[in-house]
Design a protein around this ligand. Structure first.
Ligand code: 5GP
Length: 338
């Protein structure tokens, strides 16, 4: 099954650029040449969910100490694209938060990522379809630059084909809920598609308010309750599931225990994703394999393969790509005989 999943076209709908850094690249660029060993020493010890989540954010700060120049951002972006391309992903929705690198603006950061996308595609030798695109992140710890980020996304999407929307992420224990809602409403006003990390902590009140923003999709949803599930069904909000990430942040205690996957009332689509491919040392092939092994192990081999195909088609439909590209990709996948 692993070989089948690896070679089959796949859609990644939830992956963060800096979290995608390769282990060897992080060690090469960081002043501590064994920084990944250091991260291993504190990431996901047996601790509570809030502490484990804080440890994830401590790791992101260490990554930021390494990805400090535009040259490195360019190289990081190229490597992340290459890693997804090598495992036969056909769509990769990459999110990244605004950065002000020394001597540079947020716009410089985003333009560098976009340039790297273009260069990667220009130099690509494969003839299979490959459509990476970008969401700009509203970081809960930096809401004050949220509006500027949305404005930059709105300008850049007119200039190139890579910028498609907005997402909300960052430390779930930070950020004023009213300010978040205001920013999501601003995205809506501009007709900008958006997706949001929701229910990564126990806070039913916040969860309901965030779902009421009606994002296209919800990331994680590990602490969503029945009322939240009902609202997701009502508003057609699908869920991006990141099993390995949830294990590391201790918001699930076992790969087979994701509340949305276990909830029989949930009617939306499911998208299995990596979240932070490099930091969590995973890949989309593995995430799909975990899904099959833990939630669909009662199916026959042929049914499991058809499920992988269906997940790919669902992912194409839920992506923020243009309809003509979605149709082209669906035709390409439909034609593959299992
Ligand atoms: P970047 O946006 O800098 O390219 O990627 C790393 C950032 O993505 C982190 O600093 C964090 O704000 C966000 N991020 C990555 N993984 C998670 C996650 O599991 N939950 C949340 N809420 N944010 C995340």
């Amino acid at each position: 099954m692993k070989e089948f999943i690896k070679s089959f076209p796949k859609v990644e709908l939830h992956t963060h650029l800096n979290g995608g850094i390769r282990e060897e690249t992080l060690n090469k660029w960081h002043k501590n040449k064994e920084v990944t060993k250091y991260i291993d020493s504190f990431l996901s010890p047996k601790t509570n969910s809030q502490k484990a989540m804080e440890n994830c954010f401590k790791s992101f700060d260490l990554i930021y100490e390494a990805t400090t120049t535009l040259e490195r951002i360019k190289q990081l972006t190229k490597e992340v694209l290459e890693d997804y391309d090598n495992e036969n992903c056909i769509i990769v929705e990459i999110r990244t938060s605004p950065r002000k690198l020394e001597g540079h603006s947020i716009l410089d950061y985003y333009n560098t990522v976009i340039e790297s996308f273009q260069e990667y595609l220009n130099n690509r030798n494969k003839n299979t379809p490959f459509y990476p695109y970008l969401l700009f992140s509203i970081n809960r710890s930096k809401l004050e630059i949220g509006k500027e980020t949305i404005d930059i996304a709105n300008e850049l999407r007119k200039q190139n084909n890579f910028v498609k929307g907005i997402e909300l992420s960052g430390n779930p224990y930070k950020g004023d809920i009213n300010k978040i809602i205001e920013l999501m409403n601003y995205s809506k006003l501009l007709n900008m598609p958006f997706t949001m990390h929701i229910a990564e902590k126990i806070d039913d009140n916040e969860m309901i308010k965030l779902i009421e923003c009606k994002p296209s999709r919800m990331g994680h949803g590990t602490y969503v309750n029945n009322e939240g599930i009902d609202l997701m069904n009502k508003y057609n909000i699908d869920c991006e599931i990141c099993l390995t990430s949830n294990m590391v942040s201790r918001s699930i205690d076992n790969y087979n225990n994701h509340p949305i996957l276990k909830n029989k009332n949930y009617k939306g689509k499911l998208f299995f994703c990596c979240d932070d491919r490099g930091l969590f040392r995973t890949c989309l092939t593995n995430e799909l394999l975990y899904a099959i092994d833990n939630y669909y192990n009662n199916l026959s081999e042929i049914e499991q393969k058809n499920l992988i195909k269906k997940l790919c088609l669902d992912g194409i439909n839920a992506s923020f790509l243009e309809e003509n590209i979605k149709n082209e990709l669906k035709e390409y996948v439909e034609k593959i005989n299992i």
